[in-house]
Ligand binder design. Structure first.
Ligand SMILES: [Fe+2]
Length: 431
């Protein structure tokens, strides 16, 4: 069976964001009286501080703007494509975007094979089916069109096509050792950020776990972001996607691995979403939708490089057990998570508060608290569920959800360490 020949640069020597193997965790703690000289200890401190100040920032080539989808053929040819695997879903086919892709590839003289067995919260077996298709049909480039589900499925297909084995072998950070095929992603929503990130989320059906797979090699080669695609999305999906992007921005802004680059992008994303989501929902104008696409991209760049937090760890657990729509769990979780995190990042919470509440409050502490209340009110106006009891049948699985979330890679970068009991407390508060 012919294997795909990956052409992407591989960087598995570089740690990804989860902090378990990156330089920030590379220095052992050294207590007083270790036997080293003062100079030696100072040098170690200086070296450690220097390393603590190092940040990495990985993003794909981004082609942004209305009509940018027309660049697809040239991008694929530039990556050496002859026969591409298109990964999408029936919804995108229904509104004509898949047909549009076929036309663009035909114009570029390329052939394709099409895979659309993709569900919301993509499953492990779908990834394996897609990888079989990629190999059997001798594809050489992967194109994903859609929201987070087709894009994460495409990443999973790329992992198996390039590395073999089972998708669960790669759960966690930096487990992918061989290159993936070249990938071009075209997002059709304004939220998941999968087109810019090092993350791939796939459900292990046997264990009922949404696995977080994190690796630099999961950043696609090219992300083509055409806001025109948002015009064919339902209001519910636009709201869910934009709130997901808002959660990415907030969690990555307060993350343990945030850097000046990610913080700037995260704050920008929060401001744009707060200003544009309501007008976008009311008017569906391309101008406001384009702003949401910009915010989603900025938030994706931020969380890809800074990591997320326990709202996402819990969202993954909930999605693994109850197949919930990812974006709609954040209005439920975020206020309780932010209250839990407040003691660890009050100043940063106040910075977010300045954007969310405006300059009405002068005290940082007051701003931080108001920020959480104001966000809760912001969510209410979109008619989304805001209590966990609205989406879960009973409390019987809360402990399992909390225990599972504690092991999720996203929990590692939360600004405040959280035990499973803490996470259970958050769920109970959100109930
Ligand atoms: Fe998310």
């Amino acid at each position: 069976m012919p294997r795909a020949a990956g052409r992407r640069e591989h960087s598995f020597r570089h740690g990804a964001v989860a902090g378990t193997s990156g330089p920030r965790s590379g220095f052992p703690a050294r207590g007083r009286g270790s036997g080293r000289s003062v100079v030696s200890r100072l040098l170690i401190t200086a070296a450690r501080d220097e390393i603590m100040n190092i940040s990495k920032f990985a993003i794909p080539e981004v082609i942004f703007g209305q009509g940018s989808i027309k660049a697809l053929g040239q991008c694929a040819l530039r990556l050496g494509a002859r026969r591409v695997l298109i990964v999408s879903d029936p919804g995108l086919a229904q509104v004509g975007w898949v047909e549009k892709l076929f036309d663009l590839l035909e114009e570029a003289g390329l052939t394709w094979t099409y895979f659309d067995n993709v569900s919301s919260n993509p499953r492990d077996y779908q990834v394996h089916q897609g990888a079989e298709r990629y190999i059997e049909d001798q594809a050489d480039v992967i194109i994903a069109l859609g929201g987070g589900s087709p894009m994460d499925t495409a990443k999973g297909i790329g992992i198996i096509a390039g590395n073999g084995g089972c998708i669960s072998d790669y759960e966690g950070a930096n487990r992918i050792m061989r290159p993936l095929p070249p990938m071009i992603f075209i997002p059709s929503t304004c939220g998941s950020g999968s087109d810019t990130t090092q993350y791939c989320i796939v459900t292990d059906i046997g264990r009922q776990v949404k696995m977080s797979i994190i690796s630099r090699s999961l950043v696609p080669n090219v992300s083509i972001i055409d806001p025109s695609l948002l015009l064919t999305k339902s209001l519910e999906l636009i709201i869910a996607a934009a709130i997901d992007a808002l959660s990415h921005a907030i969690e990555s802004y307060v993350s343990k691995l945030a850097s000046p680059f990610t913080e700037t992008l995260a704050l920008q994303a929060i401001g744009i979403i707060m200003q544009n989501l309501k007008p976008a929902v009311e008017s569906r104008s391309i101008q406001h939708l384009e702003q949401l696409a910009i915010a989603s991209t900025a938030a994706g760049m931020s969380f890809s490089n800074a990591g997320l937090g326990v709202a996402h760890a819990l969202a993954h657990s909930l999605g693994g057990i109850y197949d919930t729509l990812h974006g709609l769990v954040h209005p439920i979780l975020l206020p309780a998570v932010m209250r839990f995190n407040l003691p660890a990042c009050q100043e940063k919470m106040a910075r977010i508060g300045k954007i969310v509440c405006g300059p009405r409050f002068s005290s940082g502490r007051e701003l931080a608290h108001r920020c959480i209340d104001e966000l809760a009110s912001f969510f209410l106006q979109f008619g989304v569920p805001v209590r966990m009891r609205e989406i879960l049948p009973d409390t019987s699985k809360l402990e399992s959800i909390a225990r599972m979330a504690c092991r999720d890679a996203c929990a590692l970068t939360n600004p405040r360490d959280a035990s499973w009991e803490d996470l259970l407390g958050i769920c109970q508060e959100a109930w």
